[in-house]
Design a binder for this molecule. Structure first.
Ligand SMILES: [Zn+2]
Length: 181
């Protein structure tokens, strides 16, 4: 997801500039990328504390994956220090990150956390068709133990797919930047 998050961040900066008329700049791009990857800072903590990149790596999502708390904090902080345009880009990029965590690999996030401790996800489990889930942590761990891929982090195909998408979005961003600045 890391490469995909960067692509999300670039995309958000470009779209926000085109749709909302925000002035294109390297800083706007940095804001988009930062907003898209910062929610995963808890992954570093998870790994430092001995967590592994296996089928239970979703457990890192319990600190900076509370959108109801993190997004308002980011909006207030970034608005104060950098202005509303940057705050908008950071907030949308963070939202994209959280949607990515809810719709792709992994097992959802606590959209209403920490008040409602349920992990919301839309995905296929096993051979079933994709659908919405609201798991408790115990249920989430159970599903991950049955259907999770312990090798997901080293799957070359997944990284290749994400890298191609990132290259395409990066090319669009460079084209947009050169044309508009
Ligand atoms: Zn995440």
């Amino acid at each position: 997801m890391f490469l995909l998050d960067i692509a999300f961040g670039l995309f958000v900066a470009v779209i926000a500039s085109l749709v909302c008329g925000f002035e294109p700049s390297i800083w706007l791009i940095i804001a988009g990328v930062a907003g898209a990857i910062l929610p995963d800072w808890d992954m570093a903590l998870y790994l430092l504390l001995g967590g592994k990149l296996d089928q239970f790596a979703h457990r890192h999502r319990d600190i900076s994956h509370y959108p109801m708390i993190t997004i308002p904090i980011a909006i207030v902080a970034v608005s104060h220090f950098c202005g509303q345009e940057y705050a908008t880009v950071v907030a949308i990029a963070m939202l994209c990150h959280y949607f990515g965590d809810s719709f792709s690999i992994g097992w959802g996030i606590q959209w209403l956390g920490p008040i409602v401790p349920l992990y919301f996800a839309y995905r296929a489990v096993g051979a079933d068709v994709p659908r919405f889930f609201a798991w408790t942590q115990k249920e989430q761990d159970h599903v991950a133990s049955l259907f999770g891929d312990p090798q997901w982090a080293t799957q070359k195909k997944r990284w290749e797919y994400d890298a191609i998408l990132l290259i395409v979005v990066l090319a669009i961003t460079v084209f947009w930047y050169v044309r508009t600045v």
